[in-house]
Design a protein around this ligand. Structure first.
Ligand SMILES: Cc1ncc(COP(=O)(O)O)c(C=O)c1O
Length: 371
């Protein structure tokens, strides 16, 4: 067994996110209530749901609705999971063997960065570069994917940068994976949370060895349903499903039903419209504040309720985040959790009035001396 690698950002969030006045560590929008969802779907009640074990890879209805989001997919390609977290977990567990290399586009959500070494693999980061608009340099892509690369992990749209890969970046990544015969695990959990259309196309279908993961947590404002999925080639999907027998067995019967409602063809556009409305209103508040604060530089996010901002102050990011939490009860994610000090990830998906109040508190700490 390899040593346990703590997932520092999730530990920080799990410990504090429900214990602060303002949570700016969240990367999705202000969540929906169950009533809002049922009203959008014109469903009176779900009281008659049979709360048994449902179909463990997701109900046929849910899998068909997920498949409809992916060009060339059918329900046979889909395994429903408990969040994209479980989807990413079973994907890497299935694919990675000791001695493999896993190339990961970074900075990135820390799950696969921690999991790959625990599965005995070596991680090769492929850096996104701010000066390139948070795109990878093609030379770094070519260097990062080698003959030993088993999996290339791409998060698109990106967490934490909020940037979307250009067609050229996508092509370079697919070409590198294809040269190596590597699998691409595309974490596409921020798809649908773009500030402007179009919706980010999936990597699924770009190349025969792609697993795409997603969930209702970010673009749909329904993280508490804990419904996610992996879309995989037909031969691989049953193997991923078999892995879930060891993790959670099944999605919940009630949340499966609610997820199928959120993905219904007439409901989904309304849910995403709500998300885009929150994103646009709140980003305006945040950008105004960032401009006034005078110590930040950043590239405007294209998707997700997160801004990845560099600050020019003589203080370490974990120290700054801890001061914000302890002194002002505001939670942000320090750049250290993504391996880049002097950055903060600010979640701005709150309702505008809450965001304004939270940012006023952040300013109080920025304006005091940093010992
Ligand atoms: C890139 C990325 N992948 C996966 C997840 C896990 O989310 P969930 O399991 O709620 O889908 C997150 C959550 O922040 C994320 O940012």
């Amino acid at each position: 067994m390899q040593p346990f690698v703590e997932f520092s950002m999730e530990r920080w969030q799990s410990t504090y996110e429900n214990r602060v006045d303002y949570n700016l560590s969240e990367s999705g929008v202000h969540p929906m209530t169950l009533r809002e969802l049922l009203d959008l779907a014109r469903v009176e009640s779900v009281d008659d749901t049979l709360v048994g074990y449902g179909q463990s890879n997701g109900s046929d209805e849910l899998r068909a609705r997920i498949a409809a989001l992916y060009h060339g997919a059918s329900d046979a390609n889909v395994v429903a999971t408990n969040g994209s977290a479980e989807a990413n977990f079973v994907a890497l567990w299935e694919l990675v063997e000791p001695g493999d290399e896993v190339a990961i586009v970074t900075p990135a959500y820390g799950q696969t960065l921690g999991l790959a070494p625990m599965l005995g693999a070596t991680v090769r980061p492929i850096p996104l570069r701010q000066e390139l608009g948070w795109q990878p340099d093609p030379d770094d892509v070519a260097r990062g994917v080698t003959g030993r690369t088993k999996v290339l992990v791409i998060t698109n749209p990106s967490n934490p940068t909020g940037a979307i890969l250009t067609a050229d970046s996508r092509a370079a990544l697919v070409a590198a994976a294809s040269r190596a015969g590597a699998w691409i695990v595309a974490d596409e959990v921020y798809t649908g949370a773009e500030l402007e259309p179009p919706e980010t196309p999936s990597f699924f279908g770009d190349y025969e060895r792609v697993l795409a993961t997603g969930s209702l947590s970010k673009a749909y404002g329904l993280p508490g349903l804990r419904v996610g999925w992996v879309v995989a080639p037909t031969a691989l999907a049953p193997r991923l499903w078999a892995r879930t027998d060891y993790t959670t067995i099944s999605t919940g019967a009630l949340t499966d039903r609610l997820a199928a409602l959120a993905l219904r063809a007439d409901v989904r556009p309304m849910v995403l419209h709500r998300t885009r409305g929150i994103l646009r209103g709140s980003l305006e508040v945040l950008e105004h504040w960032l401009g006034d604060a005078g110590c930040f530089s950043y590239l405007r996010p294209q998707a997700g309720a997160i801004a990845w901002v560099r600050y020019d102050l003589p203080v370490n990011s974990s120290r700054l985040a801890e001061r914000l939490r302890a002194e002002q009860s505001v939670l942000v994610v320090p750049g250290d959790h993504f391996g880049l000090d002097h950055y903060l990830r600010i979640g701005y998906g709150l309702l505008s009035q809450d965001l304004t109040a939270a940012l006023e508190r952040v300013k109080k700490v920025l304006d005091t001396p940093h010992a």
